[in-house]
Design a protein around this ligand. Structure first.
Ligand code: APR
Length: 257
């Protein structure tokens, strides 16, 4: 079968990656789409039929925590039923190649990169696996077992998903690490994200050195992997437009041959 992405672009991507000492990857919902996890902004996506204000903001949670937990419990049940796809596995294989020079920054909260064996993963938007107590602040890994619609902590406090909602800040230490990785990389691979949500998407101009973060070294080469062009495309030096579950394994194969 013919690849759906442009072959000369793939050759360029392989050449650039083969020279890179440090690689940073930014993933979004698209990388998990082929596992069966819905993306957000597609016509049948997660935000279709849900108001972001109701299920993904602190005020929505204050207003109706039961509704929010219903939404997140449904997402947790969905993710429990799926597995990493070849795109996740290819990114794990890339980490084997670059070791400590490889950082995977993900906006996804599904844990599928870790399930595929990726180790240096920065979950900048939190995780469906974890809860946080609004009373004592304790963060707990609960896996993906079903939780009640109004789960409580042992201290009696109300639990919320340990997810970064709209109008909230990213976890500072993890975001700092992501910025450092984007700043230091030779190649930034942007996979399966519409790149419309900030600050996550600002890692792209940071890597490219079109931001004021640091202007000392030359910018990274940006490779975009997506079904379509996105807000990231204006920064992309190489565009691989096809499903990440096919494009990424192809990249890894060509890199190792
Ligand atoms: N392969 C590659 N890309 C794909 C695939 C696929 N198989 N399927 C979908 N895509 C692309 C879409 O073309 C789109 O550009 O994935 C992207 C998904 O975009 P969004 O739904 O906007 O998801 P994401 O970019 O991860 O959203 C960012 O917004 O809603 C918040 O916090 C949430 O982390 C999320 C953030």
């Amino acid at each position: 079968m013919e690849p759906e992405f442009d072959d000369p672009e793939l050759t360029r991507a392989v050449a650039v990656l083969a020279q890179a000492r440090r690689v940073c990857v930014l993933t979004g919902a698209g990388v998990s789409a082929e596992s069966g996890v819905p993306t957000f902004r597609a016509s049948d996506g997660l935000w279709e039929g849900h108001r972001i204000e109701d299920v993904a903001t602190p005020s929505g949670f204050r207003k109706d925590p039961g509704l929010v937990w219903k939404f997140y419990n449904a997402r947790r049940a969905n993710v429990k039923a799926v597995s990493p796809n070849p795109g996740h596995h290819a990114l794990r294989a890339m980490e084997d190649r670059w070791g400590g020079g490889f950082t995977l920054v993900t906006q996804n909260v599904d844990g599928l990169h870790k399930a595929a064996g990726s180790r240096n993963v920065l979950e900048i938007h939190g995780s469906l696996h974890r809860t946080r107590c609004l009373g004592c602040g304790e963060v707990q890994d609960r896996g993906l077992e079903p939780l009640a619609d109004h789960p409580l902590c042992e201290c009696g406090g109300r639990l919320r998903p340990d997810i970064v909602w709209f109008h909230e800040s990213l976890p500072e230490d993890i975001w700092e690490q992501a910025l450092r990785a984007a700043d230091a990389c030779n190649v930034l691979l942007v996979v399966g994200t519409s790149a419309v949500v900030h600050p996550a998407a600002s890692l792209i101009p940071v890597a490219k050195r079109r931001s004021s973060w640091n202007n000392v070294r030359p910018g990274a080469t940006v490779i975009e992997v997506n079904l379509t062009r996105t807000e990231a495309s204006e920064y992309a030096d190489v565009g691989l437009y096809g499903p990440s579950g096919r494009v990424l394994p192809e990249l890894v194969d060509r890199l190792s041959s």
